[in-house]
Design a protein around this ligand. Structure first.
Ligand SMILES: *Cc1c(COP(=O)(O)O)cnc(C)c1O
Length: 408
């Protein structure tokens, strides 16, 4: 209201400037973050917020994680970028350690998740032509409805979300879309020219949808029997979020190809990767695919520290234990009137709010006023995915705020 008040809290002015000078392809909550540590963020007016989104799992290890920041700082002083025109001394170790973590043989590094998915599409097609023997130009990839695999033109070509797709045609052909979790539909869609089945083992953006028991194992069996690559997009579900290194592990499934991103960059730099066997990633020859920044020294240094932290298994164990507690508490709300359903695994939950209690956006805004940041999806769902380093006390405090907002 007064000038003094405005200068003490620049939130409104910064949001107005954002609206004026940036494309409106997001609708952020009205909070302007200035710093963050662990599971907490502080805004420009000094208010603190518990982060229950964790950058869509890019921040699994928390904000300002000491080991990751130190690894980045040390590498910043040595060399940050070489391009793949030359070798650099962190690359071999990064690829070897990541392949080892995945139980695979080879790594193709990129930067963003969408690039990893694009790379997987190209890999599967090339494998289809060179190894499987699919006639040129005929390769098809089966995907699931309500998927989220990123925002590029090809990736949104096989989205079923009208918001993500509209006005971006013509679309890339070669994809068959089946209902998620329906093994019979998947089996019917796999034909002689199918080169891959591409799935999220848990659909994050769709509302943290866990497929029915046996689905992933069924996909594994079917793809093996039909000589089709099983590509698991673990960009959001992987690297500890569900209480295991990979969400596929919950069904004892090892896919042919893992897609990783988000947490692989430790919330510091974008790092993504396609990880697979030598038979599959061996299809590439020099010049056939690449990225200026993919596998750069800074990215490798940070990712190596991420991999080292995952190797011991403590963070996965922590996600499993705290996740069990989270789901226990959330499930107590189901049937109380405010919450219609809770889904998820580990420290990852989709909570469907009863419409009478407000939209997901409204609940998110009310939580923000109480110092908790979450993100809504599909109108009536909120997602809870704190950094895996969150303390039980902080998580419980966040749950208290949720109960208060829901009047539960
Ligand atoms: C976030 C995400 C992507 C895309 O990653 P970007 O880094 O935003 O391009 C792809 N797949 C899944 C499952 C994701 O959650």
């Amino acid at each position: 209201m007064t000038t003094a008040h405005t200068s003490a809290d620049p939130t409104a002015a910064l949001i107005a400037a954002t609206e004026e000078h940036s494309a409106h392809n997001y609708h952020p909550l009205p909070v302007v973050v200035a710093s963050a540590e662990g599971a907490w963020m502080t805004d420009v007016a000094g208010r603190r917020y518990l982060d229950l989104l964790a950058g869509y799992s890019a921040l699994n290890f928390g904000h300002g994680n000491r080991r990751l920041i130190d690894a980045a700082k040390a590498q910043l002083d040595r060399v940050t970028l070489t391009s793949r025109a030359f070798h650099h001394d962190r690359f071999a170790e990064f690829c070897a350690r990541l392949a080892e973590l995945c139980g695979m043989e080879m790594v193709l590094p990129m930067n963003t998740g969408a690039e990893a998915v694009e790379t997987a599409v190209k890999t599967a097609r090339k494998w289809g032509y060179r190894v499987k023997g699919v006639p040129d130009g005929q390769a098809r990839i089966v995907v699931a409805a309500d998927n989220f695999h990123g925002r590029t033109t090809t990736v949104i070509s096989f989205s079923t979300d009208p918001e993500a797709r509209a006005d971006y045609g013509p679309y890339t052909p070669g994809f068959d879309i089946v209902p998620y979790g329906d093994l019979a539909a998947l089996e019917a869609a796999v034909g002689d020219t199918t080169v891959a089945v591409l799935l999220e083992p848990i659909q994050g953006e769709a509302g943290v949808l866990v497929p029915p028991p046996g689905y992933l194992a069924g996909v594994r069996e079917l793809t093996r029997a039909r000589n089709v690559l099983f590509v698991a997009d673990e960009i959001q579900s992987g690297l500890g979020r569900t209480g295991r290194t990979f969400a596929c592990e919950h069904e004892g499934v090892v896919p042919d190809v893992y897609l990783l991103g988000k947490a692989l960059g430790g919330g510091v730099v974008p790092v993504s990767a396609v990880v697979s066997s030598a038979e599959v990633l061996g299809v590439f020859r020099p010049g056939e695919h690449g990225s200026t920044f993919g596998g750069n020294p800074l990215a490798c240094a940070v990712a190596l520290e991420v991999i080292a932290m995952l190797r011991g298994g403590e963070i996965q164990q922590r996600a499993a234990e705290l996740g069990e507690h989270l789901h226990h508490e959330l499930n107590l709300l189901v049937g109380g009137g405010a919450v219609e359903a809770v889904r998820g695994r580990g420290l990852w939950a989709g909570v469907d709010i009863a419409p009478a209690h407000g939209t997901g956006r409204e609940i998110s805004e009310r939580l923000m006023e109480r110092g908790v940041l979450v993100k809504d999806t599909h109108g009536s769902t909120i997602r809870i995915a704190p950094p895996l380093v969150v303390s039980k006390e902080d998580l419980d405090w966040g749950l208290d705020q949720l109960r208060a907002v829901l009047g539960a």
